[in-house]
Design a protein around this ligand. Sequence first.
Ligand SMILES: [Zn+2]
Length: 257
Amino acid sequence: MYLPNRTWPEVGEYVADESLAVVPLGSTEQHGPHLPEGTDHLIAEALAREATDRTGYLCTPPVRIGVSSHHRQFPGTMWVDAPVFRDYVESLSRNLTAHGIDRIVYVNAHGGNVAHLREVGRRLHDDGTAYAIEWMWDESIPGLIEEVFETPGPHGGPKETAMIMHIANELVRKERLEEARDGGAIFDYDAERVHGATTFYDCIENSPNGVFGDQTDATPEIGEELFEAATDQLVSLLEWLDARPVDDLMPEPQLEP
Ligand SMILES: [Zn+2]
């Protein structure tokens, strides 16, 4: 059930029976010379819509701008400061509870949002307002990603390229896949540490064109396989969460001495 397309009596009928909402979140930021700036929010919205179409759960409109200042050297990258993002997501989540929602899944497709969504979930959990958890699509299928790509890349690599080939193929600049690979980097986070410290802040410090991995390994067929596998994971998560009694989702009481 996609909330923006529904009337208030229809949403009212939903919340009479159900208390779960899905909120898609992504970013609007550079994804190299071959992928659109909307890559992350396109992926988040497509997965959230597919999983909620299959199950009937409520899906809110997407949050399309996230925490992306680490891509700011590239034209077009949009971002909001982290405290603003956290407060905004917390506020819209808190306000969903006015309609009877008590459990939320943040369907996320941007790594820069993860820590902040966890913090928002913690705030809502700590005061017993709602149970909200972050779900990042590629972390739901790590084995499959390892299996299909030699160098998946954390950003703008073949996994995101394949997903956009499946979701919106016309937006992928296929003639620039080799340029993306040759002008980018193969990234090993651990190898980049200096005596145990992470020394970089911005994407451009590790990749001159903003992307990582071998984009020429991406195909629409692999994209479909990733999309289906991630959707299955998300559907299972939603059903698991729906089945939990609310008391199991709220904080444990203080221990008696
Ligand atoms: Zn991305």
